[in-house]
Design a protein around this ligand. Structure first.
Ligand code: HEC
Ligand code: HEC
Length: 193
């Protein structure tokens, strides 16, 4: 009963705010209110969903386009991205990119972190610089929630989400990473402070 009410209130809130957007498409802070509902205040996620605040504008725009076209698989973002014009997406992405990136605080296993660090240095640092903090190329991975990273790796390994050929070579090419290796990488990125 109570849950139903909350769900109804949430759905109502979204409907009201999206009709308000139609009249005020340039009000970026308001546009991003809908996003903040899942991605956290100023895009700093409180759990599971990826943190988008403080990530590069170009990366956000690129991913929104991929969600919109269906090139990147999603549970929610595909449908949602279609509701925004390219100009609105550019404005929201610019707004988020100016915020501070907040790394999620998570429990990690020191042995896994050490192993993950080795793999990262050898195979990933070239593109995901500064231990995954620099998101210019492939998105910011340091300090993302483990649950999000887990699903993301699964999508890459099952070829549901596209990755650059050179990244595929590092993950699934010669000497492919094992499940334990991926686990170690996830703890390494989650351990970044
Ligand atoms: C109902 C919850 C929800 C809302 C609202 C939402 N998102 Fe998302 N977002 C997600 C989830 C979940 C994912 C992971 C992909 C998926 O399953 O849809 C995601 C993924 C993303 C990503 C990819 C991040 C990365 O590291 O690759 C970006 C960028 C993004 N969202 C931007 C936005 C923007 C901009 C808005 C507002 C216009 C928004 N989201 C609104 C839940 C949401
Ligand atoms: C040749 C450069 C390159 C290499 C090497 C590389 N990546 Fe990537 N990575 C990318 C790019 C580009 C993307 C964005 C793909 C897209 O457009 O969806 C990405 C995306 C990702 C993402 C998803 C980010 C998000 O927010 O959803 C993860 C996680 C990731 N890479 C992990 C790794 C790991 C782990 C390695 C090493 C085993 C690695 N990458 C090696 C370029 C690279």
């Amino acid at each position: 009963m109570r849950l139903k009410l909350i769900v109804a209130l949430f759905a109502g809130g979204v409907a009201i705010s999206s009709s308000a957007f139609a009249h005020e498409p340039s009000h970026t802070a308001m546009l991003s209110n809908t996003c903040n509902g899942c991605h956290g205040t100023d895009g700093a996620s409180a759990g599971f969903n990826p943190t988008v605040g403080g990530t590069p504008q170009t990366y956000i725009i690129d991913q929104m386009k991929k969600f919109k076209s269906g090139e990147r698989p999603s549970t929610i973002m595909g449908r949602l991205a279609k509701a925004y014009s390219d100009d609105e997406i550019a404005a929201i992405a610019s707004y988020y990119s100016t915020h501070k990136y907040v790394l999620a605080k998570q429990e990690t296993d020191p042995a896994k972190v050490a192993r993950g660090k080795e793999i990262h240095k050898e195979r990933c640092e070239k593109c995901h610089e500064d231990n995954g903090r620099s998101g210019d190329d492939g998105g910011t991975i340091a300090g993302q929630w483990k649950d999000y990273l887990k699903i993301t790796f699964q999508e890459f390994r099952e070829k549901k989400r596209e990755m650059p050929k050179k990244m595929a070579a590092k993950i699934a090419g010669e000497g492919p990473l094992s499940d334990a290796d991926i686990d170690a990488l996830i703890d390494f990125y989650a351990s970044q402070k």
